[in-house]
Ligand binder design. Sequence first.
Ligand code: GAP
Length: 411
Amino acid sequence: MADKNQEVMDKVISLCKRRGFVFQGSEIYGGLAGTWDYGPLGVALKNNIKNLWWNKFVENREDMFGVDAAIIMNPKVWEASGHVSGFVDPTEDGKQFNVMFKTAVGAGEEAIDSYLRPETAQGMFVNFKNVVDAFHPKLPFGLAQIGKAFRNEISPRDFIFRVREFEQMEIEYFVQEKDWKDFFENWREQMFDWMKEIGLPKSSIHELEVPDGDRAHYSKRTIDFEFDFPFGRKELYGLAYRTDFDLKNHSDSSGVALEYFDEESGERFSPHVIEPTFGVDRTVLAILSSAYTEDELGGEKRNYLKLSKNIAPIKAAVFPLLKNKPELVEKAREIYMMLKKDIPQIVFDDNGNIGKRYRRQDEIGTPVCITVDFDTLGEKPELADTVTVRDRDTGEQKRVAIKDLIKEIST
Ligand code: GAP
């Protein structure tokens, strides 16, 4: 079993490189442990994930406020947050090692030591007052951020699972203390909704109630959403009840009260926080490893990525049946240009034979392939202005009118 899983992992890593999803960081110099670079298809997949997330959790709601804070913050942030003293992992010989990346800001005598942020969360806590003053939101409301985080992990491993530079999509949702349990439950469900939306199989997701002593220093309750990765069941996302720990500590350290004024009760207080957190790179890995499928189609072995349409990096590929027939190429390019205006993630391909093109698109998870043939041009008059549309998963083909293609691709 373990070997089989390692084999799947190796196949996914090799596909990622071959097809341009993920490359080793600084590869020509032998790489740098814990860093990976996203290629054209990886960027597209990642952007689709981030856009879908932003759309769902920020733009489609009235209670969420987006921020994009600086990665390098005043070092006092990390003292107040508890990361300077508490964000440590044991090294092999038993010493505690702080996994924050240190950096110097400024030159010479003026330079101060700070850190690259190990979580995006603090960028939201320090902007709590700015958002409250500018927008006067009523509780409950949330701040959301997508961005890079850095951790000098002692042993980075498992491809893009544990890396030193990664991306997080995080929400700090502010509530009254008495309501924390309800909102914790509510966010738990929303996280499941999200995982369903991006096509992760429910049977591969497992909740872990993190016991006392194992939780992060700021958390009173944490659920980890673990996923069956090829290398085992490991943390994909987390949901934490951070209490008023962060706002209180930043109020105390900065001298700026990070409080909410409740008009009804006339009270001023630091709200409590529910924090759903989503790693982008682990999302990519969960999606790719669960979408990787091998089967037989028309008597031939193939492998393909069974990606949901909403996150597939390429939504459709357009082909002329034959490369050496200018009238087919011209018509195919015309259809491609027309579709690309509405759906930018479309490609044109006339390389190799049609079977090879299908396999190439299957391997990167393109949901449909559109082929222009002589019937499109009217060889059979009743089929004029129609094309074949091939489904990635079944390989089945049907004729669709050119004018209906946008609907066909987007639904
Ligand atoms: N603000 C809360 C927080 O940062 P965390 O559990 O330490 O909590 C949140 O990290 C998420 O970030 C994880 O669930 C995971 O998806 C991702 N993550 C954490 N460390 C990572 C690493 N070294 N490589 C890739 N992703 C990582």
